[in-house]
Design a binder for this molecule. Structure first.
Ligand code: CUA
Length: 377
């Protein structure tokens, strides 16, 4: 059987071909953190400026390389040729190659300046006709706090926004300089301890999009991530309802202790007194143990399980809905039971700089805590 052998002159091109193929497979997506895949108006505006620049650059490349190649072949020297005419210092040539780049830059400046003005101002009306949704972004070493002042909600490391609604982010830091960046929606924006910065965007595609801190802010800067969840209006309403349901809980997200009525309330015709919510956690022994451990292991000293009353437990991320979040440890680990256990038992092993200090937790204690955390949906 004859083996295929590439002709010798091809063989030198094979490594180049391999590199090209590898390069092309690297381009085959998905693109979770690419600015080249914009999913909102702000990012599309920036992408438009980028593409105009790329097309102009390609034009310049073809023109310059074309003239170069034409010159190489047309004016190729032959043995015995006389010295060619020297044009060093030619005013005509100098003027031409000064004017052309200036014109190219002037052309690029038009969409650039337009984009600067367009993205500088937060729109007053959303694409869906409503007012933009205000969200306060607070940077911490090394996690993200998100507050929805109009909805009363506080959450962390997972920001939910409704499709086609402009979000108006007002950002500050409680410690050092961080930088908020969700590549598919907007450019980077630094956030400072003593000054509010703002950014806005309108998501046009539902999905889960990773974001990151883009300014070196200390040991765990590289693990200061978050997810932006673009929900359909129905899903966003459902998420909002679940967070707001925390208003029936105490500061730590535990059911408020039942208060016995001082005197029997006379029944008013046509009304019924609401039945006390059943405390399913207290009934299940493992869940009850998990809730007890959340206090005895010190979790509630830093964390609140309540999205609606963030006056206690504000040192660490708010854990309302932690049971169904995509990630834990500030966007670092997928939210599986296995990772949760690893995080509870060896937080410093996962993120050496983390502020969380947890006393030793046995396997059965971890299981009870995780079972309890999973009830926070
Ligand atoms: Cu926060 Cu880097």
């Amino acid at each position: 059987m004859r083996h295929f052998r590439a002709p010798r002159r091809w063989r030198s091109a094979l490594p180049l071909l391999a590199v090209l193929l590898i390069g092309l497979t690297a381009c085959s997506g998905p693109f979770p953190q690419s600015t080249l895949e914009p999913k909102g108006d702000f990012a599309e505006t920036v992408d438009h400026v980028f593409m105009v620049t790329v097309y102009l650059a390609v034009g310049v490349f073809i023109l310059v390389e074309g003239v170069l190649l034409w010159t190489i072949f047309k004016f190729r020297g032959k043995p015995g040729d006389a010295e060619p005419k020297q044009i060093h210092g030619s005013t005509v040539v100098e003027v031409i190659w000064t004017i052309i780049p200036a014109v190219v830059l002037a052309v690029v400046a038009v969409p650039t300046v337009q984009a600067i003005f367009k993205t500088a101002e937060v729109p007053t009306v959303s694409a869906d006709g409503k007012a933009p949704l205000k969200i306060e972004v607070i940077g911490h070493q090394w996690w993200w706090e998100f507050r929805y002042p109009e909805l009363g909600i506080t959450t962390a490391n997972e920001i939910h926004v409704p499709l086609n609604r402009t979000v108006d982010l007002r950002m500050k830091s409680v410690d050092v300089i961080h930088s908020f960046w969700v590549p598919q929606f907007a450019g980077k924006r630094d956030i400072f301890p003593n000054r509010e910065t703002r950014i806005w965007f309108t998501p046009n595609t539902t999905g889960e999009f990773p974001g990151a801190c883009a300014e070196f802010c200390g040991e765990e800067h590289g693990r200061m991530n978050f997810y932006l969840m673009v929900d359909s209006p129905e899903d966003f309403a459902s998420w909002t309802t679940r967070r707001q349901a925390d208003s029936t809980l105490d500061n730590f997200g535990f059911p408020k202790p039942a208060v016995a009525p001082v005197a029997p309330v006379p029944a008013t015709p046509g009304t019924t007194r609401p039945a006390a919510a059943a405390d399913t956690v207290a009934v299940d022994p493992q869940l009850a143990e998990g809730r007890k451990l959340a206090v005895s292991k010190g979790c509630t000293g830093c964390h609140s399980f309540n999205a609606m009353n963030p006056t206690k437990g504000v040192i660490g991320p708010n854990l309302s809905g932690i049971g169904t979040r995509k990630m834990i440890a500030a966007g670092w680990l997928p939210n599986t039971d296995e990772n949760m256990k690893r995080w509870l038992q060896h937080a410093r092993g996962v993120k050496p700089g983390v502020a969380m200090v947890v006393p030793p937790i046995s396997d059965s204690e971890a299981a009870a805590l995780i079972a309890y955390l999973r009830t926070k949906r």
